[in-house]
Design a protein around this ligand. Structure first.
Ligand code: NAD
Length: 478
């Protein structure tokens, strides 16, 4: 049997084929043991009318090798096309997006010469579930979904990554002062999982001030874990802070599969000129080598690349008069890295990778977790309504409450407007009307009867949200 690791490779569009060839040349010269299967993705596949830009047959290769090294593709303009990245992430269950952001001063100009941060972004949940609705003339809704297993997976991955890579600290960014349930859950799980890693320093920041701190003193951060949206934004900010987004690679990791890539796009205007910098994809491939337990090769490639940077051998995008020594093309850059395999940088810090495979051993198994006692205690009925003031609406609705339920509040965009609202509050056409039990619990039949009252009175109810308690604790915000 071959001791090579099978991987799936896609050459992509634009500069993709050139930087992929350079990357494969370097890692193979360094001794990577790979069986490469090539699949086609991107422009040509979209052109054949396949909405996701990937042939159904390509999934067979991905599901067999479970490791995907992907060059950038050109995303077609216009409707009807789906994002290949989203399709890959969702189909392969890639829940963790890892983006190391490192400064290479003085060789790459940056305002932050001391910076070595790894952004860990949750990749499947949050507002990116894509569950969105238009509910009224004036209001659109997007659902933010945060689950305990989803949070635990990324947070545990962040701690395991820190442990395996000699990182000292894991920081959590969230906004649980406002989003008490969703971000509150993420924070709570961070604290719980963190207890299992006594040797790693832990800290949490509200994302706004945390981001400000990250942007001004990145040297005080190490591994930073966060939900999808915060991570999407801050991983780009952090990569840009190193001086060049063009140098960053990223890994998308799932329980069974993983995908590795550069973070930049296909730079179509540079295609076919032997000009593009292969460094981002190369560093993506280095993450892949560590992932498939070829960390010695990963270390060798990364150090040779750092030495090449130090020696001032640069592609056009990072070439600087007076600092750089030699301007080279894609192929020549690859040759320069190959020539330095086995060498280490002298000014920049050398790297060392360790074989690393996260074995998910959940702190609690969410499938067998003890179910809470869940009681139905009311319902929020959302209305599309424009016929008057909050006071008028409240006075009408309090009379249509069914036996056992009582109108306790009306809010508009989360602000309580009845009872006791202020006439200054600006209201849109989207009202949340809360009906709760006085005591005890209620039933689905009661809620249906309540909705039927709304129907009979001609109200346009656009959504309902049941109110539950879990072991006596409210499962809804006040
Ligand atoms: P881009 O990253 O391709 O290019 C931005 C700028 O950076 C351009 O000036 C480009 O010449 C330069 N650049 C990028 N990578 C470089 C490299 N390796 N070496 C030298 N210079 C480099 O972003 P864009 O122009 O906004 O997008 C181009 C296409 O790529 C679009 O179709 C976009 O949708 C797609 N894209 C794909 C991915 C992906 O596949 N993961 C990611 C981002 C963008």
């Amino acid at each position: 049997m071959s001791e090579n690791t099978p991987i799936t490779v896609a050459y992509g569009d634009g500069i993709g084929p050139e930087i992929m060839q350079a990357t494969l040349d370097i890692i193979q010269a360094a001794g990577a043991k790979l069986d490469i299967e090539v699949i086609e993705i991107g422009e040509k596949v979209y052109g054949r009318g396949i909405a996701e830009g990937i042939e159904p047959s390509a999934w067979t290769s991905l599901l067999r090798t479970k490791v995907f090294l992907k060059a950038p593709i050109t995303t077609p303009q216009g409707g009807g096309f789906k994002s290949l990245n989203v399709a890959t992430r969702k189909t392969l269950g890639l829940y963790a997006n890892i983006r190391p952001c490192v400064s290479y001063a003085p060789y790459i100009q940056t305002k932050h010469p001391v910076m070595d941060v790894v952004i860990m972004r949750e990749n499947e949940e949050d507002l990116y579930a894509g569950i969105e609705y238009r509910q009224t003339d004036q209001v659109m809704q997007g659902l933010k979904l945060i689950s305990s297993p989803g949070s635990e997976k990324i947070i545990r991955y962040a701690f395991e990554y820190a442990k395996a890579n000699g990182r000292k600290k894991v920081t959590c960014f969230m906004k649980d002062n406002i989003m008490k349930f969703t971000d509150g859950l993420f924070h709570k799980i961070f604290d719980q999982v963190g207890e299992e890693y006594p040797d790693i320093e832990k800290e949490s920041w509200i994302v706004d001030i945390g981001a400000a701190k990250l942007a001004t003193s990145p040297e005080s951060f190490d591994v930073v874990v966060m939900e999808n949206l915060y991570g999407d934004i801050l991983s780009d900010v952090t990569a840009q802070m190193t001086g060049s987004v063009g140098l960053a690679g990223s890994a998308n990791i799932g329980d069974k599969c993983a995908m590795f890539e550069a973070i930049h796009g296909s730079a179509p205007r540079r295609a076919g000129q032997n000009a593009a910098n292969p460094s981002g994809l190369l560093l993506g491939a280095v993450l892949m080598l560590a992932h498939i337990n070829q960390s010695e090769v990963a270390t060798k490639v990364h150090n040779a690349w750092l030495k090449t940077l130090e020696d001032g051998v640069n592609t056009y995008d990072i070439f600087r008069e007076g600092v750089s020594k030699e301007k080279v093309g894609t192929k020549e850059f690859a040759q320069a890295v190959i020539a330095r395999l086995g060498q280490k940088p002298t000014t920049l810090k050398p790297v060392e990778y360790h074989d690393f495979e996260v074995k998910m051993q959940p702190h609690y198994d969410y499938r067998t977790i003890k179910k809470a006692k869940k009681d139905l205690v009311g319902v929020d009925v959302f209305l599309h309504w424009t016929e008057g003031t909050a006071e008028e609406l409240g006075n009408k609705l309090k009379n249509i409450a069914v036996d056992g339920l009582k109108l306790t509040a009306i809010t508009n965009r989360g602000v309580k407007v009845y009872p006791g609202g202020m006439k200054e509050t600006f209201c849109v056409d989207h009202w949340r009307c809360r009906f709760q039990v006085d005591s005890g619990t209620t039933t689905h039949e009661k809620l249906i009867a309540q909705l039927d009252k709304f129907r009979a009175e001609g109200y346009d109810f656009i959504k309902t949200e049941n109110l539950y308690t879990f072991d006596g604790e409210n499962g809804f915000t006040a």
